[in-house]
Write a protein that binds this ligand. Sequence first.
Ligand code: SF4
Length: 319
Amino acid sequence: MNNKPNWKGRRNYNDFSSYFKSIFKQRIQKISINAGFTCPNRDGSKSTGGCAYCNNNTFSPFYCNPKKTIKQQIDEGIDFFAAKYKTQKYLAYFQAYSNTYAPLSVLKKLYSEALENPSVIGLVIATRPDCIDKQKLNYIEQLAKKYYVTIEYGIESSLNETLKKINRSHTFEDTIHAIKLSANRGIHIGAHLILGLEGENYLDFIEHAKQISKLPINTLKLHQLQIIKNTKLEKDYLKNPDNYNLFTADSYINLVIDFLEHLNPDIIVERFVSESPSDLLIAPKWNRVKNFEIVEKIDKKLKEKQTWQGRLYDGIYYT
Ligand code: SF4
């Protein structure tokens, strides 16, 4: 058993907002951008169907539209958010599809356009592990010397069998390779993981925590499996609902507690749950429980159980 580390916040896990406050000392807002990328899992280079759960409309605010320039999207996003917090700064969040999936010259143009706005202090670049290479990383490393830059990799599962089932068209070994290639460059490395994918059980979820703990990542976003309209999962779920063991809010909270106990305490947890728009969400419906309520419950339960992130972490790294 490991002792509780001295994190920046007062929570029993390594929480993102305390970390962010400690480095920025001011309010920072992400602005989602749709730069018109596609991904190899949609354009036919690996597959055409996309991942079974994917519907990029679940996170598209009104200003986020590939028909608009990056500058327009940023300006409109800032207008929207600045009404409430005038002096805050922004991170341009290249969120839709795979945001490193283009020639380097195109990436340079798009990222530079976002960074031209003096209120934008950095980038968050969401992508797949098989859409990165040394050349792109060398460029992003240069940006990271001047700006706050995160590459957020969609890992989703550490089991190749699951990745195949959900049609990710990449392996966990691709993830390990991409993350190791990105490490030690001053780039923040984020990871995204889905808990509850078809065929996975409790032990698999704990194994994800152990596998991810071995990687040199800085932040982790977790989310519960959601069945979203207009996805392959929707069709399959409506045909075979018994194949899906979707979490209730309480069972998910209990799982997250156990997951956190095995997670490397150095990994900052950025998100526990995802809240898709209700008109797109088929299941599970948690009676409109808000994200912050789940987060509060997780922390309360950790404290009640006198446990914390990393209490059972085994300390093993990939070398
Ligand atoms: S989740 Fe990402 S990688 Fe998968 S189909 Fe959607 S955009 Fe492509």
